[in-house]
Write a protein that binds this ligand. Structure first.
Ligand SMILES: CC(C)(COP(=O)(O)OP(=O)(O)OC[C@H]1O[C@@H](n2cnc3c(N)ncnc32)[C@H](O)[C@@H]1OP(=O)(O)O)[C@@H](O)C(=O)NCCC(=O)NCCS
Length: 216
């Protein structure tokens, strides 16, 4: 039967590793993920993201969240694509794990980013989901390098990167809410990935690989 995942295989992607499950952000998840963000993603006085989406008023969050994901679907192409997967831990929705890239067929490089509902911070879930996405990108999508970045005053994000095996790769400056902020650049090569203790099981892989131009 033809479904939304036929049109966009990202929606049918499901990566499981022990208690971690990463799933295409289907429409039924957009409300629950907005509810999670409304409850808080970080300290209200601190902004870890380049786009300050997480501090939008509660009444605007469902529309903002849905439009972001619908926009990502609408603009998905071989040349430029992003996946912001829903993250479940022990069956509970806890946040989102992202990867975005341009010209992946040529560069084999892309950037990771993620967030968890505040109540789920500091339990090792961020490290676990990041190890899972990196193993997926290297082992199943044939990437050669993964980049990331975090403000130098974001210890949890830098802690996750360090625990996954990313190396520091210089700094950059950003305008963060009108003030200068130092960004630490990070890179991860396949041989440096600290692997998660559980094997990955992937559903929807052949379709997803074809949708990003692999196996054409
Ligand atoms: C970044 C984020 C995904 C990390 O997930 P997490 O589950 O909280 O992180 P973990 O529990 O796996 O912690 C990883 C390491 O970070 C370090 N760490 C975590 N919180 C820390 C803190 N407040 N201060 C110092 N170090 C910290 C620890 O070294 C920890 O390693 P340990 O388990 O050996 O102690 C999560 O905190 C989050 O969603 N933050 C808000 C959004 C954000 O910053 N996203 C990233 C944007 S670049």
């Amino acid at each position: 039967m033809t479904t939304a995942a036929t049109a966009l295989p990202l929606l049918g992607l499901r990566i499981t590793a022990g208690p971690v499950e990463l799933r295409g952000m289907t429409d039924d998840l957009l409300g629950p993920v907005a509810d999670l963000a409304i409850k808080g993603v970080h300290d209200p006085d601190y902004m870890p993201f380049f786009v300050p989406w997480s501090t939008a008023p509660a009444e605007e969050m469902p529309k903002n969240m849905a439009q972001f994901h619908w926009g990502q679907r609408a603009s998905f192409s071989v040349e430029k694509w992003g996946m912001d997967l829903a993250v479940f831990f022990d069956g509970q929705l806890v946040g989102s794990q992202g990867f975005s890239t341009r010209d992946f067929l040529i560069t084999r490089v892309g950037e990771t980013g993620s967030w968890l509902g505040r109540e789920f911070h500091g339990r090792g879930i961020g490290t676990a989901m990041w190890k899972v996405i990196c193993a997926f990108i290297f082992d199943h999508l044939d990437a050669k390098l993964i980049t990331s970045s975090a403000y130098t005053d974001n210890p949890s994000s830098l802690g996750v990167s360090r625990k996954c095996g990313y190396r520091e790769n210089g700094v950059s400056m950003r305008n963060r809410m009108g003030k200068p902020a130092t960004l630490r650049m990070l890179i991860l090569e396949p041989g440096d990935l600290v692997r998660y203790e559980h094997e990955l099981i992937v559903e929807g892989l052949p379709e997803f690989r074809r949708s990003i131009g692999l196996d054409a």
